[in-house]
Design a protein around this ligand. Structure first.
Ligand SMILES: *Cc1c(COP(=O)(O)O)cnc(C)c1O
Length: 470
């Protein structure tokens, strides 16, 4: 790492290392709207990009969840769906793929990530427990709270500073975790909730050194270590690029080693695993598996389909193998970096270093004149849509929700607008168009006046909340 900026580290694999390792076989036309049409659509949607119709969107960077382009192999796999109620051959293929690439012994399919989060939370958490994690994820934390736990953010402090350059801003602060263990007692902590590339921190990775040290700490106290593996493949690339001793190891090798320090994982396969729907849960412990296999039948479906069609499990099994290919991961993260570097060159404030799946615009600095209660990140998402029809998402005060104790807003340090890049979908030219639109909003930043929330749902409010211009 010495002498090299984090941004150039990705280029160590040679010229144009991130060119896509595929070509395009089928295309989907995009619709370009007028500003008047976008104005009407946005006001109809309550200034919430989640409530826009996708027909009114030009370049859709709302999320990388379920938006990947599947390969011809995956589409071919869809035709091999074995839609038997029980014991579908596609389940065994999926089980084998998870065991081989993630290394866990037992696999439970679920309809998507939150189905897996629900099952693991209900299985491991008792009312009054405490769950520490590296920052938080919306659905993960909610399932832990619904199961009766209090969530504690024990990520390193630097993660909350959008401008700070640090190779592993996703790491857990072992002192913070140690202090929590002393305070509440190890027996009230069923597991540590560790996420690979922390979404809410800007897609920031966890180091191998950190997970190794966590394993040792958890072992000393008899606490489980559970992994949110949703974007762990991208995390493995950052370890390969930034951590001593890993430059010559493949993504697959790094992934397997990282998972080996954990007791199990839940997965939103809609991200890394290159499918439009799906999830899974995997554990090593026989008794925990027994309980999960019981519970999945209640909420998702029989343990050999868990809410998925056989064809979905087949596409997922193939997607897992494609997702861990070095060339794939390099081009995926390379495209994100291309956009981030362009914005950085133009002086636009984004979370640094550039993460694995998205560019996070720092709305605090972008709209320095707007206080947080005026929803600056939500405002930026609205302005970007108005400018060009590009859809992004708020990751700030609206996403953070309210404190269940006091009822007041959580006010996160990070107030971000996320441009999330779907896997294998858009071209470099699309990234240029996105960058130019962000620049146009930046140039007009002084005229932004903020939003107020006029409708607020009880759970995960950012999905369906409605806003009005102030
Ligand atoms: C998307 C996501 C989830 C939830 O998964 P779904 O498939 O959307 O239900 C959990 N954790 C992380 C880090 C995610 O990004």
């Amino acid at each position: 790492m010495a002498g090299e900026s984090l941004h150039t580290m990705g280029q160590q694999h040679g010229r144009r290392s991130w060119a896509e390792p595929w070509k395009i076989k089928m295309v989907e036309p995009l619709r370009v709207t007028t500003r008047a049409e976008r104005n009407a659509a946005l006001s109809e949607a309550g200034y919430n990009t989640f409530l826009l119709r996708s027909d009114d969107v030009y370049i859709d960077l709302l999320t990388d969840s379920g938006t990947s382009a599947m390969s011809d192999r995956q589409w071919a796999g869809m035709m091999l769906g074995d839609e038997a109620y029980a014991g579908s051959r596609n389940f065994y293929h999926l089980e084998e793929a998870v065991q081989r690439y993630y290394g866990y012994r037992h696999v439970v399919p679920t309809h998507q990530g939150r189905g897996a989060e629900h099952l693991i939370s209900q299985t491991l958490i008792k009312a009054g427990d405490h769950v520490p994690g590296n920052m938080y994820f919306t659905t993960t934390r909610l399932h832990q709270e619904l199961a009766g736990a209090t969530f504690h953010d024990v990520i390193v402090d630097v993660a909350h500073d959008a401008a700070a350059i640090h190779p592993f801003k996703g790491d857990i602060d072992l002192d913070k975790l140690g202090a929590l263990i002393d305070e509440v007692g190890a027996d009230r902590i069923p597991y540590v909730s560790l996420a690979g590339t922390v979404n809410m921190a800007g897609g920031q990775p966890v180091s191998m050194a950190n997970v190794r040290a966590l394993r040792a700490l958890c072992d000393r106290h008899g606490i489980k270590l559970m992994l949110d593996a949703t974007r762990m493949v991208e995390n493995a690339l950052f370890i390969q690029e930034r951590e001593a001793g890993y430059a010559d190891q493949s993504i697959a090798q790094i992934l397997l080693e990282f998972c080996s320090y954990t007791d199990g994982a839940w997965m939103s396969a809609k991200k890394d695993n290159l499918v439009n729907i799906g999830g899974w849960l995997a554990v090593n412990d026989d008794d925990v598996f027994e309980e999960l296999r019981n519970l999945v039948v209640v909420y998702e479906g029989l343990h050999t389909y868990g809410g998925l069609a056989g064809r979905d499990m087949e596409a997922l099994a193939i997607g897992i193998a494609e997702a861990v290919q070095d060339e794939h991961v390099r081009s995926r993260v390379g495209q994100v970096r291309y956009l981030g570097e362009l914005l950085t060159e133009w002086g636009i404030p984004i979370v640094q270093p550039i993460g694995g799946h998205a560019i996070f615009l720092d709305a605090r600095r972008f709209y320095a004149h707007l206080e947080q209660d005026l929803f600056p990140a939500q405002t930026l998402a609205a302005e970007l849509y108005l400018d060009s029809g590009i859809r992004s998402m708020e990751r700030g005060i609206a996403s953070a929700g309210r404190d269940p104790g006091t009822g007041d807003h959580h006010r996160p340090k990070l107030e971000l607008t996320r441009l999330t890049i779907p896997r294998r979908v858009y071209t470099q030219a699309h990234m240029d168009v996105v960058a130019e639109s962000v620049k146009a909003c930046f140039d007009a930043r002084e005229s932004a006046r903020g939003l107020r929330m006029v409708y607020e749902p009880k759970y995960l409010r950012f999905f369906q909340a409605r806003f009005e211009p102030t």
